[in-house]
Structures are given as structure tokens and as C-alpha cells.
Write a protein that binds this ligand. Structure first.
Ligand code: ADP
Ligand code: MG
Length: 212
């Protein structure tokens, strides 16, 4: 059974912060089309602070790291995505063992708690044109991977590619949740910004796991 070390977990968030930073204007532009043009700025601000907080925090517990990320995102991201990522990461933390290294199954279980928290808070289902259009199918895949023979790094690279495709797939959807839902049919034709930043999270995960 592979594990998730603290150094890998921190690397994941560092990579996620970098990807969001590099694509800040892409995310803002997507949000400009169907929202209020702040998704890239919101996530970039919060992730910069989260990485800063992680770097200043002593090592020893993945749960403590996840809690710190959740509290930082909750207080700095703002908007719908701040509440979702923030509260989701607090549930992720609560589901994780208080240890410097956890099993991959523990990590996947905590990700399940994250996705469940997002579903409860945001009430979005698959097809509503939100970040859940990436996280819901990704959760199914990552759980299936637990009993798969395929090597973890290879399956995470494949999952990252799928996440990007699921994000692209939000283009044709009509938004049912969040700010974009106010546009109704006019929301179709644009990729949901939160689905793209979520795909970056899976790209960061693949990168960090590949490095482990
Ligand atoms: P805001 O919409 O408050 O400006 P952001 O622009 O930072 O916040 O984030 C928008 C993203 O949040 C959307 O692209 C969508 O993916 C996600 N989102 C919004 N509402 C919900 C919801 N109810 N459930 C899940 N995700 C949502
Ligand atoms: Mg916005």
C-alpha cells in the first residue's frame, strides 16, 4: 500500500498554488464570462497564504497541515469557492490521522470527506457546471484505483488528464448553482472556472505523487 508523506502533501499544495498563480488571468477571464471575474484572484490570494502558513508551520502532522490550509482558505479566498475549499479542507483534516505519513487509503478516505462536505454545503450535483463536475467523477476513479494494480504515479497522471477533460466538458452545460446560474442558458459556451482550478489540483497531485 503506497503512502502519502507530509513532504508530498506540502508539495501538492505548493504545486497547486503555482498552477493557479500561473493561470490566474485564465481563471479570472473564465469567471468574467459567467461570473464576476475574481476566481483566479480569489484562489491565488488564498493559496499563496496557505503555502506561506505551511512553510512557517512545524512538521509532524498531515492533519494539522490540512486544518491550517482549510482555515487559511476559509479566511482569505472569499466568494463561494473560499467557503467550499475552506470547509472541505477542514472535513478533510478531521478524517485524516494525526501523523506525518498516512496510507494512500487514508488520503483517499479524507478526499471523500472533502467531496461530501462540498456536496452538502454547495448542493451541486454532476452536470450543474461547478467544481463538482471534476470532483465527483474523480472521486469514483480514485476509489477504483485503490484496488487497481496500476502504479499510483501513472494512475494519477491519467486522472489529471481526465480532470482536465471533465473541466472542458462543463463548457456545454447550463449552470444550476453559484453565480453563473443567474445567467441561465447564457452560461453555456464557457468552461466553469472552479472546475478548471479543481483540475489543477489533480495536476498538482499527479506531480507531487510522481516526485515522491
Ligand atoms: P464567487 O462565485 O462567489 O465569485 P469564485 O468566483 O471564487 O466565487 O468561485 C466560483 C466557482 O465556485 C464556480 O466556478 C464553481 O465551480 C464554484 N461554485 C459556486 N457555487 C457552487 C456550489 N453551490 N457548489 C459547488 N461549486 C460551486
Ligand atoms: Mg467569482
Amino acid at each position: 500500500m503506497p503512502s502519502m508523506k507530509q513532504v508530498t502533501f506540502r508539495d501538492l499544495w505548493q504545486r497547486f498554488a503555482e498552477l493557479v498563480h500561473e493561470n490566474k488571468s485564465v481563471l479570472n477571464d473564465l469567471d468574467a464570462a459567467i461570473g464576476d471575474a475574481d476566481h483566479g484572484s480569489n484562489m491565488d490570494r488564498g493559496l499563496e497564504k496557505a503555502v506561506e502558513a505551511l512553510n512557517a508551520s512545524p512538521e509532524g502532522s498531515l492533519r494539522a497541515d490540512a486544518k491550517l490550509i482549510g482555515m487559511t482558505l476559509m479566511s482569505t479566498v472569499g466568494g463561494a469557492s473560499g467557503a467550499l475549499w475552506g470547509s472541505g479542507m477542514l472535513k478533510f483534516a478531521a478524517a485524516l490521522p494525526d501523523a506525518p505519513e498516512v496510507t494512500w487509503a487514508d488520503f483517499v478516505n479524507a478526499l471523500g470527506a472533502f467531496v461530501e462536505a462540498l456536496s452538502k454545503r454547495g448542493q451541486a450535483v454532476a452536470g450543474d457546471k461547478t467544481m463538482m463536475d471534476v470532483f465527483l467523477p474523480a472521486m469514483v476513479e480514485i476509489q477504483a484505483q485503490l484496488s487497481d494494480e496500476e502504479s499510483l504515479p501513472a494512475s494519477m497522471v491519467r486522472l489529471a488528464d481526465q480532470a482536465k477533460a471533465w473541466s472542458d466538458g462543463t463548457r456545454d452545460l447550463v449552470a444550476k448553482r453559484g453565480r453563473a446560474a443567474y445567467l441561465g442558458e447564457r452560461s453555456a459556451g464557457h468552461i466553469d472556472p472552479g472546475s478548471l482550478s479543481s483540475a489543477f489540483w489533480f495536476e498538482a497531485l499527479a506531480g507531487a505523487v510522481g516526485q515522491q
